[in-house]
Design a binder for this molecule. Structure first.
Ligand code: NAD
Length: 462
């Protein structure tokens, strides 16, 4: 398609007459594959996980587009496989959505991208276009393209098209519909579904940018903006996430300071929000998780370092946000001190292992460092997360009804809907000492007072 004239490409894309492969059909790859398949494109999903492939082909994935997935697997517009030869047969466009986590030195680990390059290279054909979505440090897309060039006779910008379109997936809260693992988008009332989130694309050349823009425009209804280069698109993603990281760090810091003045930081943020321009609210919490915001900040910190630039603000933002689990522990210790309770002989119930409300994703969750810090102080921790309970968890999860017996404190880290209507009357009877530390401004203070709890919340005065 890369060599076809613009009118022919346009016609075929509009008619969904392009076979597409999405490599890495995980959290972001699957929604992309689902929306493209729904639009009528024939999609193959290439993954290395047999389990994931199985779940997709039987439409048993826990995510908000499960209904759509059922439709597109039933009509065979989406078929997942672990075999690259099958996946790439007849394909003209390849989207790449594999994970790009941090290594031990907080630098980007490109091992998955390199693996993709190795797996797909033997099956590439002249005229294909590759579109990367994985979040990356600036320059990575071209670096992987160079790797592919070294394994083939092809050159990007000559034989193959190349573009980058940063993912803006908003893993939105899903409401449980049944006692089983069924989630449904219709119950969410959310506006930021994949089709309603505008995107930016950057290509190695004008042709690549145009094809990418046209493809995304088939299912994105809110605009796809062409940028001047791949690097500009990579940098845009970094700015978006670093902006959030830095601003959350600011309010997290204020959440430590304002309560000392007797002020509730949430009141102040909401007050500032009444200014009609130049202020965007961010809210403090028990920590910033997910393989997106913290990771992207580190990408740029390490890239800047290589360039001899000491990124003071970004590093401080990371360290402030990483300090929040410790802040939760310090509030707990303060409250235990007041009642002469030795933390090392305590049992604490942690509500939430997932990094975000109602999302079954635990990557870089602040609950992990929190458990670590408490365990180092010999605290017996009970972790409860109904959203993650049915998934293989690296941490033992306790059902909600068994989570409070003999505990001395509750630490709310994730504001899942499941924690909304806890029976605090019963819970207060189960607990030894009644302390709640609310890491998400979630609980109703007055109800907890009624049942004799000491309520503390991040950002709120004692
Ligand atoms: N999750 C989010 O909310 C989010 C948001 C924006 C950007 N991102 C970025 O998107 C990218 C993907 O993240 P994700 O959350 O979808 O990850 P994920 O772990 O949910 O899914 C990745 C999928 O890729 C598969 N995979 C890994 N290596 C592979 C290979 N060599 N070949 C084929 N498949 C392979 C995995 O089995 C998995 O199914 C990352 O760069 C991430 O930073 C994620």
């Amino acid at each position: 398609m890369y060599f076809e004239n613009n009118d022919d490409i346009k016609k075929r894309i509009i008619e969904s007459d392009v076979k597409i492969c999405v490599v890495g059909v995980g959290t972001i790859g699957l929604p992309l594959a689902t929306f493209l398949a729904k639009k009528g494109f024939k999609i193959t999903g290439l993954d290395i996980s047999h389990e994931r492939v199985n779940q997709i082909n039987t439409a048993r994935v826990i995510y908000e587009y499960q209904d759509m997935l059922r439709d597109v697997t039933n009509n065979h517009n989406l078929i997942a496989t672990t075999d690259p030869k099958t996946a790439l047969d007849g394909v003209e466009t390849i989207f790449i959505c594999v994970p790009t986590p941090l290594n031990k030195n907080n630098e980007m680990d490109i091992v998955n991208l390199n693996n993709v390059a190795k797996r797909i290279s033997p099956f590439l054909k002249k005229g294909m276009i590759l579109i990367f979505e994985s979040s990356v440090a600036i320059g990575t897309t071209k670096q992987i393209a160079n790797t592919i060039e070294s394994m083939t006779d092809f050159e990007f910008g000559k034989d193959l098209g190349l573009a980058y379109c940063p993912e803006r997936y908003n893993p939105t809260p899903m409401k449980k519909e049944t006692q089983d693992t069924e989630f449904n988008i219709h119950s969410r009332g959310e506006n930021f579904t994949v089709d309603k989130i505008s995107r930016v694309v950057g290509g190695i050349d004008e042709k690549s940018s145009e094809i990418a823009q046209l493809l995304y425009s088939q299912f994105i209804t809110t605009g796809v903006t062409k940028l001047s280069s791949i690097e500009a698109a990579e940098a845009t993603k970094l700015l978006e996430n670093i902006f959030r990281d830095v601003n959350i760090a600011l309010v997290n810091e204020l959440a430590k300071i304002f309560p000392k003045f007797g002020l509730d930081v949430f009141e102040i943020i909401n007050a500032a929000k009444t200014k009609p321009f130049a202020f965007m609210p961010h809210f403090p919490g028990a920590g910033v998780g997910g393989e997106c915001i913290p990771v992207d900040t580190w990408y740029l910190i390490s890239q800047a370092q290589e360039l001899g630039i000491d990124t003071k603000l970004m590093k401080v933002a990371r360290s402030v946000n990483d300090s929040m689990p410790e802040h939760v522990v310090s509030i707990l210790e303060y409250e235990f001190d007041k009642i002469d309770k030795d933390i090392s002989s305590s049992q604490v119930t942690i509500l939430g292992l997932c990094y975000k409300k109602n999302i079954p994703d635990i990557r870089l969750s602040p609950t992990f460092p929190l458990i670590e810090k408490l365990t180092a102080k010999n605290v017996n921790t009970i972790v409860c997360d109904p959203v993650y309970e049915k998934i293989n968890s690296p941490v033992k999860l306790t059902p909600i009804n068994d989570s409070f017996k003999n505990s001395d404190a509750i630490l709310l880290i994730t504001d899942h809907d499941d924690f909304q209507n806890l029976d605090f009357e019963n819970i207060s009877n189960d607990m030894n000492t009644k302390i709640i530390i609310d890491g998400r401004n979630f609980f109703n203070h007055e109800i907890l007072d009624k049942f004799g709890f000491t309520y503390r919340a991040i950002g709120k005065p004692e």
